[in-house]
Ligand binder design. Sequence first.
Ligand SMILES: CC(C)(COP(=O)(O)OP(=O)(O)OC[C@H]1O[C@@H](n2cnc3c(N)ncnc32)[C@H](O)[C@@H]1OP(=O)(O)O)[C@@H](O)C(=O)NCCC(=O)NCCS
Length: 174
Amino acid sequence: MSQLFTLRSLQEEDEDAFYAADQEFKASGDFDFVSHYSEGMEFTKLIQLLEDQEHGRNLPEGHVPSTFLFGFVGAKMVGRIMIRHQLNDFLRRIGGHVGYGVVPSERRKGFATRMLLESLPICKSLGLDTVLVTCDEDNVPSKKIIENAGGIFEGFSDQGGGLPRKRLYWISTT
Ligand SMILES: CC(C)(COP(=O)(O)OP(=O)(O)OC[C@H]1O[C@@H](n2cnc3c(N)ncnc32)[C@H](O)[C@@H]1OP(=O)(O)O)[C@@H](O)C(=O)NCCC(=O)NCCS
């Protein structure tokens, strides 16, 4: 990681970097890179949606306010992290406060670890003294990332539907 890494919100000049990251992430078959984005959406609309989400405006039913931040190395978008400002029943059992993803070509370079660690002071500034971070029980890298960040294992939660159980961890932000 020789070039400067930054974690920040989405800006208008990030349009090409965002599309490249979204396409690459999509091709990997993992979850949506940014669930608020749908193919063909104006980039400025996406920025507005993320700002609204952060300020709790026009939230879809069952959603809580959240902050989306993107990891960059130079102009390249390498990943993203989402901080939910509070938990609801689903997030308490399955999703947790924080979720992250790294584009396939940038994996195994420490970016997810870095994004999680850099998100913790931001969580604290949102009033969260501890954050719930979860991963599928068979997600070896994510388990390592959470444990390396000081995650205290609470237990498993059943997702149902034949899906792997979730490992639930709490990380202190103080
Ligand atoms: C999981 C994911 C975020 C990891 O991102 P990453 O940037 O590659 O992770 P890091 O480079 O910070 O690696 C963290 C640890 O996992 C290890 N690791 C990374 N990929 C691994 C793999 N495929 N197999 C085994 N270990 C792996 C690293 O060696 C490192 O361990 P160490 O600290 O002991 O050296 C990324 O693979 C991803 O986006 N996957 C799809 C979405 C996802 O699963 N998100 C997490 C949901 S909980």
